[in-house]
Design a protein around this ligand. Structure first.
Ligand SMILES: [Zn+2]
Length: 817
């Protein structure tokens, strides 16, 4: 019995060119083909649904250029799709990254050698339009056929020889038109683009066999427009080139000039062009490309009586530039060849690997779907159908709330961008964005010792486990290796900002700062200061040396990230026990000299630690007094742990604006079970964030930390007989995000989704293809689950497998591999 034919759908083949190309495979019973010549706009909800419904059965799709959009939403809704065959070498309408994660193979086509002989189809269209407009072909044809007495209109044709062709853009297509203008029509050619130099124009002339100087570079775009008799666009459409020809440019053109656009619609401000032509300010325009294609039925381009009553002459064609029989036929030959290869189990030609497509980096980005964030400790906001536009600097440019998918294009236009080139990522049910996690307390050199040291007190654990591990960082090669792993793990788990303690070693700590910058993790990096109360083999040689190295590290961090965009220095006295007063007062002097510098230390962390501190510094009433006296308390100070604060200490740190790094795992599992009075701090308006305290804390996951914070707060509620109620879900989430940003003093930059803030975000995916729809091991999402339930399930049972993407300052940084 013959195998069942493979189901193939051919989309967007308006002229039915593909039918004979696929016929032999149909005859052989290898495939069955269904044709869908009409293009659906999937940004319209009904058409999206129709597209998914009609394409769902197919294993193979053949699509024409960028006519149909295949974003993650559509690709993710086509369970049988294995191969997507498109035409062209690139296709920006396909989410290649998502296709790769789904194992969908995408392959394209290349220009064939026959097509390379002579002008390409688009250049032929350009000249058909130039000549058609100059010779009034369409107008005269129409007049002859509709008016029986007609013979020659008022306007004579325009002669091209000796006239100037102005080319906006001198790439492959611009060059081809320059060659025709010069050789076939004896025109002069002047060109301009934002990066064009005379040297490049001479090289372009040489490529088409013409002497240097044949193509002259205009001093400016406006100069070109003032001079040219015929202006033709040959520019790549991008966010930057959108509106290349606007009101001002059109006003600069000669009244006798012609404008030709066979490139892309949005390169010209369509409304301004319409007004210019309606007022007859230039002689004519020929247009093959439009903002919205197909051109809507009610478009005034279709209905205006052009060339009459003072209006300019206008010649239109329906994006026919590349739509040439031979050319489209040759594209389908290649599509069919790839299809045959697939059926024979061979590798496809011209596979579009994700890396061959320009990355999103540095490009603006938009995301549509659900965002969840906090506005303060008690306000959680869940916004569904939200459109976020991220600018090319990684800042949140605009947030449109309550925006259904079919309104996305209108919003993108409203924000001043071109919907047809703007990359929009659609999040589906079970997917949402949350702000990146902020870990306010992390010992980077303890990354490899997590989990060790049960049944020891804090001071024993330092001596027996920690110092031996931190000592290893005198070896810079080891430091590089371990810090790379440590920062990678943080990003993988969604930590977009971390406040790091380094080891005592200045070189290793420089490597830590460089590693954060390389991997683009936002970080505070400090060299640990300790010149006593630790083994001889692990301490600063003197207070002076410790201070000198601290200054060296601060200078280094500022040299590698001069504007402090991602990585900043932080003074890091381990705690008073390991720092004598020369060292602490020296650090206080650095704070004095550099008021914007951050400080972090351990604070009222354990009973034995507090007792020992009192013995070493008997002159101070408490630790707040001690650190304040040395000038180390301020709004940029992060105090880790803060378990046993006296009333007066709470008043002092509140007055000084210090933040607390609450580390519920380490303080409950190392030595004894301790519960920081977080409810009391929140009640008093003291800033609180969460810290993993790696490696005193065994987990580097902020999700684990949130869960432990809930447990500890529950214990505290019981212990205080309800006086300190346990943390609510939204409060724990606040502490891990915006609360942490406040503690680090970067809440005006990150921590939640507010226009103008930087886009540090996690894209959470909760529904997978596993049985019961779970992704990883988190609680399965059931049909009846609300977004609130999905969010709670993620916070309480999700892990790094659910953190599909991590964005820091708008860039995607988590490797999906
Ligand atoms: Zn610590």
């Amino acid at each position: 019995m013959a195998a069942t034919p493979v189901q193939v759908a051919v989309l967007d083949d308006y002229q039915g060119i593909a039918t004979p190309k696929f016929a032999h495979l149909v005859d052989q019973g290898k495939i069955s083909v269904t044709y869908f010549p009409n293009t659906l706009n999937v940004r319209n909800a009904d058409e999206r649904e129709a597209q998914i419904k009609r394409l769902q059965p197919f294993e193979i799709l053949s699509t024409m250029r960028e006519r149909s959009l295949f974003n993650a939403d559509i690709l993710g809704s086509l369970p049988n799709l294995k191969v997507l065959l498109t035409t062209g070498a690139r296709n920006f309408a396909i989410d290649h990254e998502f296709a790769a994660t789904k194992g969908i193979v995408v392959a394209g086509t290349q220009r064939t050698s026959e097509a390379a002989n002579g002008p390409d189809p688009t250049t032929q269209q350009t000249w058909a339009l130039i000549l058609g407009l100059a010779k009034h072909i369409a107008r005269e044809d129409n007049a002859l056929k509709t008016d029986k007495s007609y013979w020659q209109g008022q306007d004579l044709a325009i002669s091209l020889p000796g006239k100037t062709l102005g080319l906006l853009g001198l790439g492959r297509l611009g060059q081809a038109s320059a060659k025709i203008a010069i050789l076939a029509f004896g025109m002069k050619v002047v060109a301009w683009s934002s990066s064009l130099t005379q040297e490049k124009a001479d090289a372009a002339a040489a490529e088409i066999g013409l002497p240097a100087g044949s193509i002259r570079v205009a001093a400016s775009k406006l100069d070109l427009l003032r001079e040219a008799d015929v202006v033709s666009l040959h520019y790549v459409l991008s966010e930057r080139s959108r509106g290349l020809v606007g009101k001002e440019e059109l006003a600069a053109m000669k009244p006798s000039a012609l404008l030709i656009n066979t490139s892309r619609g949005p390169l010209v401000d369509e409304a301004a062009l319409f007004e210019t032509l309606k007022a007859g300010k230039i002689r004519g325009a020929a247009i093959d490309v439009f903002d919205i294609e197909p051109l809507p039925a009610d478009s005034p381009w279709r209905t205006t009586e052009w060339g009459k009553n003072g209006r300019s002459e206008v010649l239109l064609s329906p994006h026919m530039g590349y739509a040439v029989e031979d050319y489209i036929g040759s594209l389908y030959d290649q599509v069919v060849e790839n299809l045959e290869r697939h059926l024979a189990g061979q590798e496809l030609l011209l596979e579009m690997a994700e890396q061959t497509i320009p990355q999103m980096r540095g490009l603006p980005l938009a995301l549509h779907g659900t965002i969840i964030h906090t506005l303060d400790a008690s306000t959680l906001e869940i916004l569904q159908d939200c459109l976020l536009i991220i600018d090319s600097d990684g800042k949140i440019e605009k947030i449109f709330k309550d925006t259904p998918a079919d309104k996305v294009n209108a919003c993108i236009s409203q924000a001043g961008h071109s919907p047809d080139v703007f990359p929009v990522k659609y999040l589906r049910r079970g997917e949402f964005l949350i702000p990146g996690f902020i870990d306010t307390h992390y010992h980077a050199p303890q990354y490899a010792q997590r989990g060790l040291g049960r049944d020891q007190t804090l001071l024993e654990w330092l001596e027996n486990v920690t110092f031996a591990h931190e000592r290893k960082f005198e070896d810079v090669a080891y430091a590089k290796r371990m810090y790379t792993a440590c920062v990678q793990a943080g990003i993988k788990q969604g930590v977009t900002t971390a406040s790091y303690y380094g080891s005592v070693h200045v070189e290793a700590t420089k490597i830590l700062a460089e590693t954060c910058l390389e991997q683009r993790q936002r970080a505070f990096v400090g060299k640990c200061n300790m010149n006593r109360s630790s083994p001889e083999w692990y301490r600063d040689v003197s207070a002076e040396e410790s201070l000198k190295e601290t200054r060296e590290l601060v200078a280094h961090v500022r040299s590698i990230d001069s504007e402090g965009k991602l990585v900043k220095p932080i003074l890091t006295p381990r705690f008073a026990i390991t720092c004598d007063d020369t060292l602490l007062s020296g650090l206080g002097r650095i704070v004095d000299e550099t008021p914007d510098i951050h400080v972090q230390t351990h604070f009222n962390e354990a009973v034995d630690e507090m007792e020992y501190t009192r013995q070493l510094y008997p002159q101070f009433q408490h630790e707040a007094d001690l650190y304040d006296e040395f000038g180390l308390l301020g709004p940029q100070t992060i105090l880790a742990h803060s378990i046993f604060l006296k009333e007066e200490e709470m008043d002092r740190i509140k007055a000084k604006g210090c933040g607390i790094a609450h580390c519920p795992i380490s303080t409950a599992t190392l030595g004894e079970f301790m519960m920081a009075p977080i409810r009391e701090y929140l009640r008093r308006g003291i800033k609180v964030g969460l810290g993993t305290d790696v490696g005193g804390g065994f987990s580097s996951s902020m999700l684990d930390i949130m869960r432990h914070a809930f447990i500890i707060s529950k214990a505290r509620e019981t212990f205080t007989k309800g006086a300190d109620p346990a943390l609510k879900l939204n409060e724990g989430f606040f502490l891990a995000t915006l609360g942490g940003a406040q503690v680090c003093g970067i809440h005006d930059k990150v921590g939640n989704f507010i226009e103008g803030k930087e886009f540090d975000a996690l894209e959470i995916h909760t529904i997978g293809s596993e049985p019961c729809g779970s992704l990883g091991v988190m609680s399965p999402i059931e049909d009846e689950d609300s977004i609130e339930a999905i969010f709670e399930k993620f916070l309480m049972t999700g892990d790094d497998r659910n953190i599909a993407k991590v964005y820091i300052a708008g860039q995607s940084v988590k490797e999906t591999a």
